[in-house]
Design a protein around this ligand. Structure first.
Ligand code: PMP
Length: 360
């Protein structure tokens, strides 16, 4: 069609390195979703009430500049409001960082294997995406990051705990990297509430550290979209400057503020997930899987010899259980399983047992 060709010829070259999006089928509501690291529990009731109350303000634009939410975050993290940017999920903030720091041809370095969305964001800037392999145990390759090919990177990104491995690097290692580097170090702490420590205490000491937080996992709001960036006011200011107006909605604001007032209500939730993580790890090990020690709300497990990760994913999906696989990250023999409720994990074990029985 000539009109379509004419319109397509006006597209900019942005994203030309990207593959077309795969066509997806609508998710089956009967499946147990253990593939995207969501938190399976309901919101504490005061947080839920704040969401419902926010609906009554649906005819108004949300507050400018996310002021109230940023103030609540600043108070909770013992920072100033200027050190906080609020996002429609932390993925919005990742996008801003890539846009702010990368021109075509620039390089960004990320610890690998890491969160795939970063590769796409680099491609959207026509930037080089340098993956620094960290081996199975994910120790921080400080020398390589400071003096290897990553030394020219405009910023360095790592997630702690990391996705998809769940591994955690000590904050002392992160401090050594931040102290020795003159580049921005972005530490994505999406899973930090399931881990023993955080780099938050370094924020006021190092202007080149930027932390990302999200409420999607530990505060059970993946569908509501609340995330934060914490860092030096000048860097945060530059990011806020290129952000969309009204990037968040009245419900995200209200829920975000309310969560900061009700964090103790989540302690049981987090304890359940940590305890269940250890139970799932022990059970999978007994069943012949080899599990990477995790400080997140998911486990990376190498499947028993003979079949690969995709085979397990397909076999589990037939039993209405969804898990994630990463064949393109050198993990073709692994599956990643999110930690759900006890009942969900029991259903997962039953499916795994059935599959193993049918194989033997
Ligand atoms: N960072 C990491 C490491 C993640 O795994 C995810 C979600 N999968 C995100 C960021 C994005 O989270 P959200 O946009 O929901 O805040």
């Amino acid at each position: 069609d000539a009109k379509l060709q004419s319109v397509l010829s006006c597209l900019s070259q942005l994203g030309r390195q990207l593959d077309p999006l795969p066509s997806m089928t609508a998710p089956d509501a009967n499946c147990i979703k253990l593939n995207t690291n969501e938190n399976p529990f309901a919101l504490p009731s005061p947080v839920m009430q704040s969401a419902v109350a926010a609906l009554e303000r649906q005819y108004l634009y949300p507050e400018n500049d996310n002021i109230g939410l940023r103030e609540a975050a600043a108070k909770a993290y013992d920072l100033s409001r200027d050190q906080v940017i609020a996002g429609n999920g932390s993925s919005e903030l990742l996008g801003l960082i890539y846009r702010a720091f990368l021109a075509p041809g620039d390089t960004v370095a990320m610890m690998s294997p890491g969160f795939s969305f970063n590769r796409k964001l680099a491609a959207l800037q026509d930037a080089k995406f340098l993956e620094i392999g960290c081996g199975e145990l994910q120790s921080l390759p400080i020398e390589q990051l400071l003096f290897g090919p990553a030394k020219d990177a405009k910023f360095i990104l790592l997630a702690n705990p990391n996705n998809p491995t769940g591994t955690f690097v000590p904050i002392a290692d992160i401090e050594r990297l931040v102290a020795q580097s003159d580049r921005l170090i972005v530490v994505d702490e999406a899973y930090v509430d399931f881990a023993p420590d955080s780099a938050l205490r370094l924020i006021n000491r190092y202007s080149n550290l930027l932390l990302l937080r999200t409420f999607s996992k530990s505060y059970a709001t993946a569908g509501i979209r609340v995330g934060f960036g914490l860092g030096h006011p000048e860097i945060i200011g530059r990011l806020r400057n290129i952000q969309n107006v009204f990037n968040m909605n009245v419900i995200s604001h209200a829920v975000g503020v309310s969560i900061f007032s009700h964090r103790p209500a989540y302690e049981e939730n987090h304890k359940h997930i940590r305890d269940e993580r250890e139970r799932v790890s022990a059970t999978l090990t007994q069943l012949g899987f080899s599990v990477t020690p995790s400080q997140a709300n998911f486990l990376l497990a190498r499947v028993p010899a003979g079949r690969d990760g995709i085979w397990w994913q397909t076999s589990l999906e037939r039993k209405k259980i969804l898990v994630a696989v990463f064949p393109d990250k050198g993990l073709k023999d692994c599956i990643r399983v999110s930690i759900g409720t006890k009942a969900q994990m029991d259903a997962f074990f039953e499916a795994v047992n059935d599959i193993l029985r049918a194989e033997s």
